[in-house]
Design a protein around this ligand. Structure first.
Ligand code: JFH
Length: 256
């Protein structure tokens, strides 16, 4: 997969050299190019912003540097009509389903705005050459698109074959059916007076799977009851129904 990122803070994207994404880059699995928007300016001060029409606080990114920068990316693109992802507090909220969709594509381009955002005409111009998706990382306001891009590249990148070492962990995730994860434990089995749940030492894999599923339901009911609306309640066992009826409250007050 090819990924281009355009930003006035290209150093912000240096984290993409690290860990699994960095390794995938060095292995040639991810072909990631970071571009400085200011390189697409022509004036002495390398201006990328100006005051907003209609008034209001802050500055807005000028359209021309964006058209120049995105045209340069297109000139080097492996295929026509790449996906242009534009982080924005006004975008559709990024989730795992969107990560799966984006992971299927050959070429993603990310446009990192700053200030109060990008002149809307640059986005509309881009629709002639790109499939454009304004995307929000969540319902809070960041100072620019870079942090959102780091999150999205990581979430999408790890779905590309060869990026995550153990594909089994991805298989397990895809079976997670919209519930929160179950809790995990490692050695020692007793730590500072806290023992791991005894079922995990039983060697009974069916019982362990059943326990993990109940923990997933309990946590989801407790922390993310909104996710339960999408659950197929017709397919639940009696024990699973009981966890949901109790609203995720632990049987003996264990707060995990
Ligand atoms: C970004 C910024 C807009 C003004 C709410 C009402 C008025 C600050 C580019 C994504 C998510 C972002 C994000 C993405 C790109 C940019 C800062 C924009 C306003 C805010 C204030 C500039 C923010 N999920 N959150 N934030 N900014 N708006």
């Amino acid at each position: 997969m090819r990924i281009d990122v355009v930003s006035i803070f290209p150093e912000y994207l240096a984290a993409l050299d690290l860990s699994l994404i960095g390794k995938a880059r060095r292995d040639g699995v991810l072909d990631i190019h970071i571009h400085d928007l200011r390189e697409a300016t022509t004036d002495r001060h390398r201006t990328v912003d100006d005051t907003p029409y209609g008034g209001g606080a802050g500055m807005v990114m000028k359209p021309e540097p964006w058209a120049q920068a995105l045209s340069a990316v297109l000139a080097d693109a492996p295929a026509p009509r790449p996906m242009l992802v534009v982080p924005s507090p006004a975008g559709a909220v990024f989730d795992q389903a969107m990560a799966y969709e984006l992971a299927e594509l050959d070429h993603l381009v990310f446009a990192c705005g700053r200030y109060e955002g990008i002149d809307e005409r640059a986005i509309d111009w881009a629709r002639e050459e790109f499939d454009v998706r304004p995307v929000s990382l969540g319902d809070y306001v960041l100072n620019g698109g870079e942090v959102a891009v780091l999150a999205m590249v990581e979430a999408v990148g790890r779905l590309i074959p060869g990026v995550v070492g153990n594909p089994a962990s991805l298989v397990e995730e895809s079976h997670a059916d919209g519930l929160l994860e179950y809790p995990v434990y490692t050695k020692p089995s007793s730590w500072r007076g806290r023992d791991i749940p005894e079922v995990l030492l039983s060697g009974n894999h069916a019982r362990i799977a059943q326990w993990r599923r109940l923990e997933q339901l309990r946590r989801t009911a407790e922390r993310r009851p909104d996710l339960l609306a999408r659950l197929d309640t017709g397919a639940l066992s009696d024990a699973e129904r009981e966890v949901l009826r109790a609203g995720g409250s632990a049987p003996d007050g264990k707060g995990n």
